[in-house]
Design a protein around this ligand. Structure first.
Ligand code: SAM
Length: 343
């Protein structure tokens, strides 16, 4: 059930913090406990001084466990937006609205923005900032229903946006553009690629994660995520970001990463959930010799059939017997998994 924020019962922060706006309501959005929020817009520059003043006036204390590090370098905010190359018919998902500094930019460029914020106090501030954005759907919820499952509220907001686009006869892409909360960056990207694939993703993440997302076989960061992304996307680290780009400053460097999903590569993966699980199983033993890992997944070394099956795969793809998972490129993984899963 949808209902709006009760503006009348809350002190108006718009006068204090936002530009004066028309009171045009924008989009009713669903909250984590079933409540919905009416989004509204302004165009205040998100600087450290602005955030400190805003948070002290509303008595908001930052929760860094929720990845609440706000992007305060406006050139980098520009770069993030430009790198996403949003077109007017695109639908954009943003995870982590914060105070909506990025959201309002996305809203100016896209057909529709679905923005997700777990923290209801920030959702309220974001809503205050979005007075004029009639194409924003702000969902006050955890983006994840479980570790490996996106929230159904997020998926239904995206479905709704797609229906609205279809209704006006438009065709566009679905993009992920976000300064991602670091705690959920991996499951958000992995699960979207499983169940709601984006055409491209342009995100800020911790630098170490950016390395994992873009690593090639043999790189020290190469892991299941690298293969999962590398088997479906062209990847690029656009820029590394120092802690000073954020307030409060995180302890580590970050990076803007861009992923372009390549449909012709993705379509070679016959069963995406199965491939995803396969990679997770393999990379639990990243440093072990792959042959042993595959044999144990196939039934164990005491099973002559299991050993013969794996040896046949090794022969077919001309793999060295002592090769490790960390040395095998994503496209070869796709072939190995396909062969491994044949009945
Ligand atoms: N977009 C803003 C910006 O660029 O300044 C804020 C980005 S901040 C890095 C991450 C935001 O994600 C925070 O506002 C935080 O509350 C929110 N967040 C953290 N975990 C979340 C989750 N599981 N689901 C949705 N939002 C989450």
């Amino acid at each position: 059930m949808k209902k709006s924020f009760q503006h009348s019962s809350k002190p108006s922060r718009k006068k204090k913090f936002g530009r004066k706006n028309s009171k045009k309501p924008t989009q009713v959005v669903s909250g984590d406990k079933g409540e919905d929020v009416v989004a509204t817009a302004s165009a205040t520059r998100q600087t450290t001084a602005y955030l400190k003043k805003l948070f002290s006036e509303v008595g908001f204390s930052i929760d860094t466990k929720k990845g609440q590090n706000f992007l305060v370098d406006l050139n980098l905010l520009d770069l993030l937006e430009r790198s996403a190359d949003i077109q007017p018919d695109d639908i954009v998902l943003e995870v982590g609205s914060g105070t909506a500094a990025l959201t309002e930019r996305l809203a100016r460029a896209a057909f529709r923005v679905v923005t997700i914020e777990i923290d209801s106090r920030l959702a309220t501030l974001a809503q205050d900032r979005l007075v004029d954005a009639d194409n924003v759907h702000l969902v006050n919820t955890d983006v994840l229903a479980r570790k490996n499952k996106l929230s159904p509220d997020v998926l239904s907001a995206l479905d709704e946006a797609e229906k609205e686009r279809l209704a006006v006869d438009k065709k566009g892409r679905f993009l992920l553009v976000a300064n991602l909360p670091y705690c959920v960056a991996t499951p958000v990207i992995s699960n979207l690629m499983l169940s709601k694939p984006f055409a491209s993703a342009t995100v800020t993440v911790q630098y170490e994660m950016a390395e994992r997302m873009t690593a090639s076989a043999g790189h020290h960061s190469y892991n299941a995520l690298s293969v999962w992304i590398g088997s479906q996307c062209r990847t690029e680290i656009i820029r590394s970001l120092p802690p000073a780009a954020f307030w409060p400053r995180p302890k580590v460097d970050s990076a803007i990463v861009h992923l372009d999903l390549e449909e012709h590569r993705r379509s070679r993966i016959l069963d995406l959930p199965r491939f995803h699980t396969f990679l997770r199983n393999i990379f639990c033993h990243r440093r072990k010799v792959l042959r042993g890992v595959l044999i144990s997944l196939a039934g164990g070394k005491k099973s002559p059939e299991a050993v013969a099956r794996i040896d046949a795969i090794y022969e077919k793809f001309n793999l060295e017997r002592n090769i490790r998972a960390e040395s095998i490129d994503p496209d070869t993984f796709v072939k190995i998994e396909h062969e491994f899963s044949l009945p």
